[in-house]
Design a protein around this ligand. Structure first.
Ligand code: GAL
Length: 415
C-alpha cells in the first residue's frame, strides 16, 4: 500500500512536471540575418535569455548582409504555411506584412513602450494602432571607419570634408594601403550613395530620399552626388564584387585597407576582434554629415502560429525581453548600435557608442534625424529596390552621372 501510494505520488508529480515542461518548452523559430562575428554574438544574447526562460530556440539564420536573402526565405516560408515564430523585419515593411493579415499584435508586452521610444520609432512598430514589432537598437549608418595605424602612418586625421577625404585617400594609396575597403553588393553600393546624398545636408536628403521630390532628384547637386560616388569608387579594389561587408571591415581591421563606409554594425566586428576605438581604429561621421544621423532600427515581427490570431506566450516573452533595459544594453554592446529604449545607461559604451548617442539626440533636436533608405527605413520595398538598381548599375558600368540622375528620377516613381 505504502509503496503504491509513493509510486502514485511520484507518478503524479512526474506527470505534472511533464505537463509543466511541455507547456514551457514552446519552440521559437527565429528568422534573421545576423551571421557575422559581431552579429552572432549579439543575437546569442537573445537566444540565451529565451533559453533561460525555458523556451527552445530554433535558429533560422539566412546569411547575407542587409537581409535580401532572408526576406526571400521568409516569403517562401509564409506562403507554404510555415511562418516562423518571429522574423527580422523593419521600417515600412512592417506595415506591408501587417496588411497581409499574418502578424499578431503584442500589445500585452508593450505597456511601457510609448513612453520609452522616440516617437519616430514608436510609430514604425505599430500597425492599426497595435504594436506588431519589437525594436532592438539604433544603428547609425553615416559612419566612416579608419585604421588608426594607417592614419598615423600618413600623418592624417579623420576627414570632415570631401576634399580632405580625397587628400587622405591619396596619401593612403601612396603608402601602399587600399584606401577604401568595400563589398560590391547592391545594398553596400546604396549605403555609400546615401551617405553622399546626406553630405549635401539633411534637408537635401529628406527632399530627395524621403519626399522623393523630383526637382531635387534631377538637380545639378544630385549629378554632383554621382560624380563624388564615382570618384570614391576609384579608391576601391577591383576584387570587391560580391564581397561581404564584414570581409571589407576585416580589411580595415587587419590594416590592408585604410577606410570603410559602413553603418556601426561594423563596430561589432572591431569589438569582436578586441580592437579599441581611438587606439586601433577611428569612427568618424561621413564627411559633411557630422550634424546629421541616418538611423536604421532593427526589429522582430511575430507571425500567427497554427492559425491563431493572438500571440503565443513565447512570442510575448520574446517581445518583452527584446525591449528590456538589460537586454537592450548587452545586445548593443556586441552589435555596435545604441539602445533604442530611451534612458538606458550608456556608461558601459565606448567612445563611438557615446558619440552616436550624443549625435542622435542633437540630430533629433535639429531636424537631422533621417531614415536610412539603404536599410529599409525610408521607402516601401518596391521604391527602394528600384533606386538600388539605378545606383548599382551606375557603380558597375561607365554610365555618366547625368543619365544616372534621369534613371533615378524615373525609379523614384516606382510603387
Ligand atoms: C542591416 C541590419 C544590421 C546589420 C546589417 C548587415 O540591414 O539592420 O543589423 O545586420 O544589415 O547585415
Amino acid at each position: 500500500m505504502k509503496f503504491r501510494a509513493i509510486m502514485g505520488a511520484l507518478c503524479a508529480a512526474g506527470l505534472m512536471a511533464g505537463v509543466a515542461t511541455a507547456q514551457a518548452a514552446e519552440s521559437l523559430e527565429v528568422l534573421h540575418w545576423w551571421t557575422s562575428g559581431g552579429e552572432s554574438k549579439a543575437v546569442g544574447v537573445l537566444k540565451d535569455d529565451m533559453q533561460k526562460q525555458g523556451y527552445v530556440w530554433k535558429d533560422f539564420a539566412v546569411a547575407g548582409g542587409a537581409g535580401a536573402a532572408a526576406m526571400t526565405a521568409l516569403k517562401t516560408q509564409v506562403i507554404s504555411g510555415n511562418a516562423p515564430t518571429a522574423a527580422q523585419i523593419k521600417g515600412p515593411l512592417i506595415q506591408e506584412w501587417a496588411e497581409q493579415g499574418v502578424l499578431v499584435p503584442i500589445d500585452a508586452s508593450a505597456g511601457d513602450w510609448k513612453a520609452n521610444l522616440p516617437p519616430q520609432i514608436d510609430k514604425i512598430m505599430r500597425a492599426d494602432g497595435h504594436y506588431v514589432a519589437a525594436p532592438f537598437s539604433v544603428h547609425r549608418v553615416n559612419w566612416l571607419w579608419i585604421n588608426k595605424a594607417a592614419l598615423d602612418k600618413v600623418g592624417g586625421k579623420a576627414p570632415t570634408t570631401w576634399p580632405e577625404f580625397f587628400a587622405l585617400a591619396d596619401k593612403l594609396k601612396a603608402a601602399g594601403y587600399q584606401p577604401v575597403a568595400a563589398g560590391g553588393q547592391p545594398w553596400q553600393d546604396l549605403t555609400l550613395w546615401e551617405d553622399v546624398v546626406l553630405s549635401q545636408g539633411a534637408d537635401f536628403y529628406k527632399k530627395a530620399l524621403v519626399d522623393l521630390d523630383q526637382k531635387t532628384l534631377t538637380s545639378q547637386q544630385m549629378v554632383g552626388v554621382f560624380d563624388t560616388v564615382r570618384k570614391i569608387e576609384s579608391y576601391m579594389d577591383n576584387a570587391r564584387t560580391g564581397r561581404d561587408w564584414n570581409l571589407a571591415t576585416a580589411m580595415v581591421i587587419n590594416g590592408k585597407a585604410g577606410m570603410q563606409f559602413m553603418g556601426d554594425w561594423a563596430k561589432g566586428e572591431f569589438e569582436n576582434a578586441k580592437k579599441v576605438p581611438g587606439t586601433d581604429y577611428v569612427c568618424a561621421p561621413v564627411p559633411g554629415t557630422s550634424k546629421a544621423y541616418t538611423f536604421n532600427v532593427d526589429s522582430f515581427v511575430f507571425f500567427q502560429q497554427k492559425g491563431q490570431k493572438t500571440a503565443t506566450p513565447g512570442q510575448l516573452a520574446l517581445a518583452k525581453t527584446i525591449m528590456s533595459p538589460a537586454f537592450q544594453e548587452q545586445f548593443s554592446l556586441y552589435k555596435g548600435s545604441i539602445p533604442v529604449r530611451l534612458g538606458v545607461d550608456m556608461s558601459k559604451f565606448d567612445a563611438c557608442g557615446k558619440q552616436s548617442y550624443a549625435d542622435e539626440q542633437a540630430a533629433i533636436k535639429a531636424g537631422g534625424y533621417m531614415p536610412s533608405l539603404a536599410h529599409g527605413m525610408a521607402q516601401p520595398d518596391a521604391t527602394a529596390g528600384a533606386i538600388t538598381d539605378v545606383v548599382t548599375k551606375f557603380m558597375n558600368s561607365n554610365q555618366d552621372s547625368k543619365s544616372a540622375v534621369e534613371a533615378l528620377a524615373k525609379a523614384a516613381k516606382t510603387r
